[in-house]
Design a binder for this molecule. Structure first.
Ligand code: GLC
Length: 546
């Protein structure tokens, strides 16, 4: 039998924003359990849960204080076991987010390490003496991915610094330490023994540091040559595979922002990951050197990258959005064609070769924030706060400092799920949500209930597409061959055991001529009719061909 991850579609849940069953403003595990039937009906086979572990939530759970405990905000371990059980009954598998690069500064390992310098936990992290007179300067010039120096002086002894590639409450773990590796293996076993299907490995490419020397000076991420995709990481991943993962039916997907086709294949071909999340396509509309600046989006640039991976990568993890990336309809589709456009991109996602990952709310075409934050305190994203503070340090006026965070603000894609047209979009029973609900659940009817009632909705198209994919051996297992077409059109053939599907998607807001002589039978389209010579904006279709 084929592995489940090759057969099913994955749905990412951002627990804080999915469904708040106890009306305290935060989504929770019971809320997810209540919505399992919704997910089953949508055709979801695997859920990826963003972190639900105990955490002070400086970075929304990606700062774990106890890897074997549930954050009380989301519920209890019994709630988790119940979710797993109920998901199992519905044949839905659950994948956890595994944050290995860093722990929270409130993790007991770190607390031990700073309170007792002779404990073994001191080796779990990187502690270094500062440079210069009175050790006033950090140990090296590395920059944090979340802005500023990657080093923070200890409160207890400011001449000693610790390393943090993300925010200062996320302390980098030291994988040269064997005891730490044992603890990590133990954590993985703990969740796999409970019946979890696998892991999404957060920020994994940065895990292994080969040196703490000064890095080559860069606009962002100075120091990266000493930690990105190092050989030591490959060795470590193979050890985790051998010691832990090989004993289970499981899969791992690595988050690798530095990925190229070759780097992805290094991870996949050595069976370190079944697949990796790559980022090149996510950068199509971001400034090359300064990511806070938005570039004009052209579908051809997205396609060029996606197709490069389709053709060169041993296996693909396909996604258009997640909890770190802006909503794809807001990014890639002209507002006037929201409905057709969201469907076109849904067809792209679900017909490419590899495993499709859908992010909560994508199936109803949820959009970026309806209202920009007016002051920095309105934002819940640590990245916004950090960029803002840096800009202020350089005397940017407050308004401008906030404006430059606009395209980096991850609150955009984290607003509560829009279930219906009642208070707070049905996310809960009326308590103020941790992050404001997008107002378009009412004025534009972007909510599950209204979408489900409308035959022509984005939601119903997603459902049809997912069903089509779930039932199609060709889409799940077939080869991928791209055909010549206009640059903004995705045109490719998937083939399995001699059966062929032709996919044609106009990803632009323009009409595009397509004089196709191929004898074809249309199976699914967002326009419900074929256009032989001229495709309307965002037209998409799947055809059976001989
Ligand atoms: C990953 C997560 C992101 C988090 C970061 C640090 O990129 O997806 O949300 O902020 O790692 O853990």
């Amino acid at each position: 039998m084929e592995k489940a991850y090759k057969e099913r579609i994955v749905y990412q849940i951002y627990p804080s924003s999915f469904y708040d069953s106890n009306n305290d403003g935060w989504g929770d595990l019971k809320g997810i359990t209540e919505k399992l039937d919704y997910l089953k009906d949508l055709g979801v086979g695997i859920i990826w849960l963003s972190p639900i572990y105990a955490s002070p939530m400086y970075d929304m759970g990606y700062d774990i204080s106890d890897y074997k405990a549930i954050n009380p905000r989301f519920g209890t371990m019994e709630d988790f076991d119940c979710l797993l059980h109920e998901a199992n009954i519905r044949d839905i598998k659950i994948v956890m987010d595994l944050v290995l690069n860093h722990s929270s500064s409130e993790n007991k390992w770190f607390l031990e390490a700073i309170n007792n310098p002779t404990t073994k936990y001191r080796n779990y992290y990187y502690f270094e003496k500062g440079k210069g007179r009175n050790a006033k300067r950090p140990p090296n010039n590395w920059q944090s991915i979340f802005v500023g120096s990657a080093w923070e002086p200890l409160v207890q002894d400011p001449t000693i610094y610790y390393l943090h590639l993300y925010c200062k409450e996320q302390v980098d773990l030291n994988y040269h330490c064997e005891d730490l590796v044992k603890d990590i293996e133990d954590i993985m076993k703990f969740w796999l023994d409970k019946g979890v299907y696998g892991f999404r490995c957060d920020a994994v490419c940065n895990l292994y540091k080969t040196s703490l020397a000064n890095g080559k000076h860069r606009i962002v991420q100075t120091g990266r040559e000493f930690y990105e995709d190092q050989e030591g990481l490959h060795t470590l991943l193979r050890k985790l595979r051998k010691d832990v993962l090989n004993n289970y039916d499981t899969f791992m997907v690595g988050e690798v922002p530095s990925a190229t086709v070759d780097i992805s294949n290094d991870y996949i071909k050595n069976k370190e990951f079944e697949m990796v999340f790559t980022f090149e396509h996510q950068n199509v509309d971001k400034g090359r050197f300064i990511p806070t600046i938005k570039r004009f989006y052209r579908p051809r640039n997205l396609l060029k990258i996606l197709f490069k991976y389709q053709e060169g990568c041993a296996y693909c993890a396909n996604y258009l959005e997640n909890h770190d990336q802006l909503r794809s309809v807001s990014r890639f589709v002209k507002e006037k064609y929201r409905n057709e456009g969201a469907k076109a991109y849904s067809m792209l996602l679900l017909t490419l070769k590899g495993t499709p990952f859908l992010y909560q709310g994508q199936e109803i075409g949820m959009t970026n924030l309806s209202e920009e934050p007016k002051k920095v305190e309105d934002s819940r994203d640590v990245v916004v706060t950090n960029i803002y503070n840096l800009a202020r340090k350089f005397h940017f006026p407050k308004k401008l400092a906030l404006r430059i965070t606009k395209h980096m603000n991850r609150d955009n894609e984290r607003t509560p799920m829009q279930w219906n047209d009642s208070v707070n979009a049905g996310f809960n029973k009326g308590w103020k949500p941790w992050l404001g609900v997008n107002t378009n659940y009412l004025d534009k009817h972007i909510n599950v209930k209204d979408e489900a009632e409308d035959h022509d909705s984005i939601y119903n198209f997603y459902k049809d597409m997912i069903k089509f994919r779930n039932e199609s051996e060709i889409l799940k297992k077939g080869t991928f061959v791209r055909l010549k077409s206009h640059k903004d059109v995705a045109k490719f053939v998937r083939t399995y055991k001699g059966h062929k599907l032709l996919i044609v998607i106009n990803l632009s807001s323009h009409k595009i001529a397509d004089n196709d002589k191929i004898d074809r039978k249309m199976l699914l389209s967002n326009y419900r009719q074929d256009f032989i010579k001229m495709m309307p904006p965002y037209f998409c279709a799947i055809y059976e061909i001989a």
